[in-house]
Design a protein around this ligand. Structure first.
Ligand code: FE2
Ligand code: FE2
Length: 179
């Protein structure tokens, strides 16, 4: 069971901040692409940002449901300036890899602490991270291949709808509703 000093709860609370940080970082990346007149990449990352915001609110809803104390954290600094289109795309992949490690750690804590409800809750996030890392990897590969052919890269993003499955029907509910 999740008691107030469990590792599971401590990590889950921290993850609310991690997901909001991911949201802010994706906003910064989207705005940078917008400023570079690359609207398809901007659109892609604005949508990614919303997904992260929804992840944070799913964690909040879970804590509401289990009657756990919730604090909404202030964010960490994010990077807003880049020299080349590949940089923010590589940063996005590194961020998704880091979040995957965080999600795995929360899952492991639930298992270690014999918290079946917590363990089950984390399963959707694990599946989601497989998708997120896969999309981010694809985008980085294509961006590297396109090199300075930014119209090709924009066309690819517009055409392929990477990670565009929308919210899966088994997604946990988000506090206030998913956006
Ligand atoms: Fe996320
Ligand atoms: Fe993500």
């Amino acid at each position: 069971m999740a008691n107030d000093d469990s590792d599971f709860l401590r990590l889950l609370r921290a993850q609310v901040g991690n997901e909001f940080d991911a949201h802010q970082q994706y906003i910064a990346i989207a705005v940078w692409f917008d400023s570079q007149d690359l609207p398809q990449l901007a659109r892609y990352y604005y949508r990614q940002a919303l997904e992260e915001r929804n992840h944070a609110m799913m964690l909040v809803q879970y804590m509401l449901d289990r009657d756990l104390a919730i604090e909404i954290p202030a964010g960490s600094p994010v990077r807003s300036g880049f020299d080349h289109v590949v940089e923010p795309i590589a940063l996005a992949l590194a961020q998704e890899q880091r979040v995957t490690e965080q999600i795995e750690a929360i899952f492991r804590a639930a298992r270690r602490e014999d918290d079946a409800l917590g363990e089950q809750f984390m399963l959707w996030f694990i599946k989601e991270q497989v998708e997120e890392v896969s999309s981010a990897t694809t985008l980085l590969t294509v961006a590297q291949r396109a090199a300075s052919n930014l119209f090709d890269l924009e066309n690819f993003v517009a055409r392929e709808a990477i990670g565009d499955g929308g919210a899966s029907t088994d997604a946990p509910p988000a506090a206030g509703g998913a956006l």
